[in-house]
Design a protein around this ligand. Structure first.
Ligand code: GUN
Length: 289
């Protein structure tokens, strides 16, 4: 058997079209476009690429994109002051502070300073807490995108065995909360898990989000399972060239899985599309408040 590829690019394009329709309606009703502000501190090359992609996607759906690029030496207090200004700015519906931040800045403090109603990353403790207890919240973009792809593959996942590999606040924990809310039976595996292979072998749904290239071996996958690979690892090939690769041994897994996401072209495009959806959601909620 060869797995069906879950086309994140196509699914993301469909979601962006849906968001663009919602933005047009928002503009017609409120005589302004939703605004997303992205803050980048420092000159991390990968972060700069992500921020550029987010800005472009924001403009393409008709929203206003604003960027603040600050030097790596920016004091924490200055960043907190900028966040306070953005919180107070009525034209700003979404605030995203790109991570990682330079080591001298406490990322938790910065995230906690963002108005939860503008926290389009869904990282604020208020939003994380609401998700954990099943209340409506702004939900982190990567796990939201993963759930959309899982639903596209499997439809109803009630009672399915789901394995989330990774326990980060950005992906693993919110992913587990979303799958639990969808009535899957959820296991969270991490670096201390004994016998990861046995957990993978039981899972109807595997979400791998650990950042270890090819950690999940193809032979472990339960035949027919839905495999979502969040990993974005840059590896160097023997030729000296680099390439992006996931946390799953794709070539091995594709022969056993029922559905699988490619890297790149799977989860990545969905994350940005979900960010746009969150920004429209935040703008709509703020306009109604
Ligand atoms: N860095 C890598 N992914 C993300 C993300 O989804 N949000 C933020 N703020 N920073 C990131």
């Amino acid at each position: 058997m060869s797995a069906v590829l879950i086309d994140g690019k196509a699914r993301a394009a469909a979601l962006r079209t849906e968001v663009a329709g919602g933005v047009a309606q928002f503009v017609a009703t409120h005589a302004r476009a939703p605004g997303l502000t992205v803050v980048l501190v420092g000159d991390d090359a990968a972060s700069a690429v992500y921020v550029g992609a987010k800005g472009k996607a924001t403009r393409e759906v008709g929203m206003i994109s604003t960027e603040h690029r600050l030097p790596a030496t920016t004091p924490e207090a200055e960043l907190l002051e900028l966040v306070a200004q953005l919180n107070a700015d009525t034209a700003v519906d979404g605030i995203l502070v790109q991570l990682p931040l330079p080591a001298h800045i406490d990322a938790d403090k910065v995230i906690a300073a963002i108005d939860p109603a503008k926290d389009v990353d869904g990282f604020h403790p208020i939003n994380a807490g609401k998700l954990a207890i099943g209340q409506p919240a702004l939900v982190p973009c990567t796990p939201s995108g993963c759930l959309l792809m899982i639903r596209e593959a499997l439809g109803n996942i009630s009672g399915a065995e789901a394995l989330v590999i990774g326990r980060s606040s950005i992906v693993g924990k919110p992913m587990a909360a979303l799958l639990t809310a969808a009535s899957a039976t959820v296991t969270i595996a991490h670096s201390r898990t004994r016998d990861l292979a046995a957990h993978v072998a039981r899972a109807d749904i595997v979400v791998a989000a650990v950042g270890v290239p090819h950690l999940v071996q193809g032979a472990w996958i339960k035949p027919g399972a839905c495999v979502i690979d969040v990993g974005m690892n840059r590896i160097t090939l023997p030729s000296g060239k680099t390439k992006l690769t996931g946390d799953v041994d794709f070539d091995g897994a594709v022969a056993r899985a029922g559905w699988i996401t490619p890297v790149p072209g799977g989860v990545g495009p969905m994350t940005i599309a979900c960010l746009l959806a969150n920004t429209l959601k935040a703008a709509t909620a703020r306009a109604a408040a």
